[in-house]
Design a protein around this ligand. Structure first.
Ligand SMILES: CCCCCCCCCCC/C=C/C(=O)SCCNC(=O)CCNC(=O)[C@H](O)C(C)(C)COP(=O)(O)OP(=O)(O)OC[C@H]1O[C@@H](n2cnc3c(N)ncnc32)[C@H](O)[C@@H]1OP(=O)(O)O
Length: 525
């Protein structure tokens, strides 16, 4: 299994929500030299099928909070929000930074001269700003600290978002911004731009003058790196490097194309005043020949997911296959055929664990299904948030257990029902249907069917779409939708394991598994 982690980092998390606060922000940015980003390689070969290859940012990390920093209450309630607050507060103050702890991403000394950041007269001690005339900060707005909707209300009522708004537990305001304003304002014609450095995945936003836009671009040098470039129509694009000096190369390259393309209704050029990026991991299943879910692979998957979940810089995983023509062949039948009950129990527990982790993952999981996806493979795909399937009639997807003489356990059935509905599941499960792409799309088993060579890029743009939603709101919603299903298994996990073991260890089932495996082997010959 391959994991490719790619990233660019951004120094600013508070996005201006009005022209006034934009200018305030630019004023501060003028005195702040964010860190240069270079791309060293890091490879940590794991045992078994798991390979991590990292592409990492260089720079330095924020120090712990100053005395009187993030309130202890916040730290206790939301470590992520607290951390965001700390790094942003220090960026504002130009505070010295220190190297990150070993074992995680490595940051080194910046070569760029760092200038102290003069405190804006509008900044109050503690970093909160009072916007002129506003009289209130977002924080003073009831509920603004907890949910994007009240932040939206605050926006509507003219409240300027101040640095203290960083205390909000939900993620980058850019996402809120995009979410609020651009969801229904796609450009009239798609904008295509590609050169050797970047290719534009999607442009969000309208082309009217004085409107913001957001570009999601892919950086070729970082295969799964997603770059977000924001701008206002009509401003000067040459400002961009000043704002994001460490990303100058890419900003400049990117700016020529999409900006020009977008400028039709808004003047000759557009500014890219903000650069955002997400950390997205690409996880490639690699257990040749067919990515059968061996105990080893299951374990690696669980460990990798846990690592990524715990590394708060990651927000999404694209799951795909490294084996040609097969995404995942499902359970490794050799793990349950001719094995003792203890082994079967251990195996099934690992399968449950993987499903639980994936189904309830706080990260966005996108399955880039680039091959056949039967049975357990389909389960893996169904546990993701979004599925993109390659348009090849040989790449069929579905739960075909009944054809093998086995029965999908209740939690797989529930996952199926949650995805395609009761009647379609009833039919497909009993018939053991494996759907070709067009039918899979029609029944709702996958979200997109695209030509094979576009699976990864489509998965990436789907990821961008999912990451455009504030993490906090998306995670809670996901939990709300999926928790009951997961809880059902959690309540009866041991009984489910017992059922599985006693079922697969039956002589009749062992015989049919053996016959099925034999058939697969002969078919090859
Ligand atoms: C109330 C009680 C409740 C109890 C519940 C018990 C039941 C629990 C059920 C849990 C749900 C999940 C079930 C499963 O996942 S079962 C597995 C189902 N999988 C399949 O049916 C897929 C079988 N494979 C294929 O169809 C093809 O291999 C595939 C289309 C994936 C690829 O075709 P291709 O032509 O490229 O490859 P080959 O067929 O030539 O295969 C190459 C070698 O791989 C071996 N192989 C294939 N699949 C598996 C597998 N699932 N496990 C182990 N090995 C597999 C195949 O035998 C070939 O091996 P050799 O190289 O040795 O010949």
């Amino acid at each position: 299994m391959d994991l490719i982690h790619c990233c660019v980092r951004w120094p600013w998390k508070n996005f201006p929500t009005s022209k006034t606060s934009l200018f305030q922000k630019e004023e501060r940015l003028r005195h702040y030299n964010p860190l240069p980003l270079t791309v060293p390689a890091f490879s940590n070969r794991m045992p078994a099928q798991c390979v991590f290859s990292r592409i990492e940012g260089k720079g330095k990390r924020s120090p712990p909070p100053p005395p009187g920093g993030a309130p202890a209450k916040l730290a206790a309630a939301s470590p992520v929000a607290s951390r965001k607050w700390r790094s942003s507060a220090h960026a504002l103050r130009g505070a010295p930074r220190r190297a990150q702890t070993p074992g995680s991403v490595t940051y080194v000394q910046s070569n760029l001269p760092r200038r102290p950041v003069p405190r804006s007269p509008r900044l109050r001690p503690g970093g909160a700003a009072r916007a002129p005339g506003a009289g209130r900060t977002a924080r003073s707005h009831p509920g603004a600290a907890t949910c994007p909707f009240s932040a939206k209300m605050a926006l509507a009522s003219g409240v300027r978002f101040a640095p203290r708004a960083l205390l909000r537990p939900w993620s980058s305001p850019v996402e809120l911004f995009h979410h609020d304003r651009y969801r229904h304002h796609e450009p009239p014609a798609p904008v295509h731009y590609e050169d050797k450095h970047v290719s534009v995945v999607k442009v969000w936003g309208g082309t009217e003058p004085s409107r913001y836009f957001l570009i999601t671009a892919r950086i070729h040098k970082w295969p799964s790196g997603i770059l977000r470039l924001g701008g206002i129509n009509g401003d000067d694009i040459s400002e961009a490097p000043r704002v994001c000096p460490w990303a100058r190369r890419w900003v400049q390259t990117a700016s020529a194309g999409p900006a020009a393309a977008l400028s039709t209704g808004a003047g000759p050029s557009l500014p890219l005043f903000l650069l955002l990026a997400e950390w997205v991991a690409v996880m490639k299943l690699r257990n040749p020949p067919v990515n059968a879910l061996s105990l080893e692979l299951l374990t690696e998957l669980v460990i990798s997911l846990e690592k990524l979940e715990n590394d708060k810089t990651f927000r999404g995983i694209i799951l795909t296959s490294d084996c040609p023509r097969v995404f995942c062949a499902g359970l490794d039948l050799t793990e349950i055929c001719g094995r003792n009950p203890a082994h079967c129990a251990e195996y099934w527990k690992a399968m449950q664990e993987l499903w639980l982790r994936m189904y309830l993952s706080s990260l966005v999981l996108v399955a880039a299904i680039n091959g056949a996806c039967p049975a357990g493979g389909c389960i893996i795909a169904l546990s993701c948030d979004c599925r993109v399937l390659a348009d090849n009639p040989k790449y069929r997807i579905g739960l075909n257990e009944t054809l093998l003489g086995i029965i999908a356990p209740f939690w797989l059935k529930d996952t199926y029902v949650n995805t395609i509905g009761h009647r379609a599941s009833e039919q497909a499960l009993q018939l053991g249907s494996l759907f070709p792409p067009a039918e899979a799309l029609q029944v709702g088993l996958v979200d997109q069917v695209v030509p094979e060579d576009q699976v990864q890029s489509t998965a990436l743009s789907e990821m961008a779409r999912w990451l455009a939603v504030p993490d906090h709101a998306r995670q809670l919603t996901k939990n709300m939708m999926r928790k009951a299903t997961a809880d059902r298994l959690l309540r009866q996990r041991d009984a489910d394991t017992q059922n599985f073991v006693s079922f697969v260890c039956r002589d009749s089932i062992q015989k049919s598994l053996q016959a099925y495996l034999e058939k697969l082997r002969q078919r090859k010959g």
